[in-house]
Every structure is written in C-alpha cells, then in structure tokens.
Write a protein that binds this ligand. Sequence first.
Ligand code: ADE
Ligand code: ZN
Length: 319
Amino acid sequence: MPLPKAELHLHIEGTLEPELAFELAARNGVTLPYADTGALREAYAFDDLQSFLDLYYALMAVLRTEQDFEDLADAYLARAAAQGVRHAEIFFDPQAHLARGVPMDTVVEGLWRALGRSERSHGVSTRLILCFLRDESAESAMETLTAARPHLDRITGVGLDSAEVGHPPAKFRAVYEAAAALGLRRVAHAGEEGPPAYVTEALDVLGVERVDHGLRSMEDPALVARLVRERIPLTLCPLSNVRLRTVDTLADHPLPAMLEAGLMCTLNSDDPAYFGGYAGDTFDAVRAVLGLTDDRLRELARNSFLAAFLDDDEERRAR
Ligand code: ADE
Ligand code: ZN
C-alpha cells in the first residue's frame, strides 16, 4: 500500500501523457510535429524552465473541448489514486487556453466533470487553483480573474506560474488583492529559478499561504528562519528540479537539508508526464536516492495534508 498523501503542486496540463496527446490530436484534427509518442518523448530533454514551457504550451494545442479536459483530469486522478494520492489541489492555466480560443467555461466545466465525481470514482478529493501566467501582463491576469468569476464555486484559490525570472511577484499585487477580496486562497511559484527575494515578496506582497517550490530560499538564512517560524509550507518537486536543471542530480537535492532546517516541506510532482514520475514515484525516488527514513517520509506525507486547503474534518478523512 503506498503511503496516503496529498498532491499540492500539480499542473493538470503537465499530466498530458504522449499517448493521450496523440489520441486528442486525432480526435480534434490537430497535427503534432512528431512522428509518434517515442519521438515526442525524445523532445523531453530540457535545459531549463523555459525550454520545458515552450513544449508544454505547444502541446496544449490538442486540448480543445470539455471532453478533452475531462479525459485529461480523469486520467491524472486514476494514476494519482493508484499511487496513494487521497487529495489533489490541481493547478490550471486558463490564459494558455483563452489565447487559443478555448473559453474559460470549456476548461473549468470540463475539468469539473472529472473533479466533481473524483471522490466517488477515484477516492481522491480535489481542489482547483487558477494560475496566472507571470510572463503575461498584470492586466491580463486581472481579466482572467474577471472571466473566472462565474466559476468561483469550482475554484478554491489562485496561483502564479510560468517563466519566473524577470517577473517578480509584486507585478501581481492588484490581482492577488482582488482574489483575496473574493475569498480565494493564495499560493505562488517562487524561488524555483528566481531569487530568494521573490519568495519574500510572494509572502509580503501577495500574502501567499504556501510557496510553490521555494527551493532557492536556502540561499537566504534569514528567510529560512522566517519560513520555519511561520510554518510556511513549501511544495517541493524534486523530479522537476532535476529535469529543469535547477539541481544537478537528485542526489544533490537540498530536501534533506531543508527538512533538517525545520522547513515544512511537501513532496509533489509538478508536471509528471514530462518529468518522469507521479506522486508515489517521487516518494520512491527520494527514498532510494536521498536515503530518507520512513519517519521523514511519513512527515512529508503528514505535511501534505496539513498544508492542504481542507478543513479539519476533511483532513482527517483524507488521511
Ligand atoms: N508551469 C508548469 N510547470 C511549471 C513550473 N515548474 N514552473 C513554472 N511554471 C510552470
Ligand atoms: Zn509548478
């Protein structure tokens, strides 16, 4: 039995496996510039975040209908359940779809068809988190929040993703204030490729409750002390860090040092179709390569439920 866990850092578009990409391409009459799934997989050799994002956005061309988004989410939830995920807080990138002419309605309603029945069909409770693309303008983020207003019964929070460096959190102050006023929870990617100062800014300017990645926090001892003191959860994604070359190898990952420092770490899979593993695979890899004890692995799993946007009753049930 895999350890029960919550997945808190998962981009639904990053769960698009090559087989499903080709199936959806055929269904929608989209031609992919790859001969087959093998050729597509060969393109998954990334130098950095941007080289991944280029392919990640390009492959979204196959996602067009509610059915596509439902199938994508359903496939993810089935895999997650098989790996011990009991609760999943799922990011989506509406701007990437709106830009291709796919309306917010199609995306949210399609995802919700799978998420809304997931407790019954997969034993996985879910939350949906709308991410703003930080390399788009602040105005575009605000328009996206406005477009999402009819769907707020389905959306728990907002996040911030895409190309980090040069797009500091403060750029999105106004939209995060508007999101907070609507009662939405707040998270943001920070300190993945960007400096520790972005983590501080995400906390102070955007009021985030969790930091996605937060890896580079380790470069600033005062920030580490603050994160420990304030029990701010970090949603770490070690397999992603290796594939995007923010760490050289998994053996070099600072996770053990971060736990030793007292940080509230969680383990997540980010874009598992691209980075070689889902939540359970990630736990297995850090156990094997970083030699974490069973107590540490249980701590990581416990943290994932504590850091989730669940109320106390839901949290007890999910564990
Ligand atoms: N979008 C999808 N995956 C991402 C990541 N790891 N960092 C930033 N934006 C992303
Ligand atoms: Zn991410």
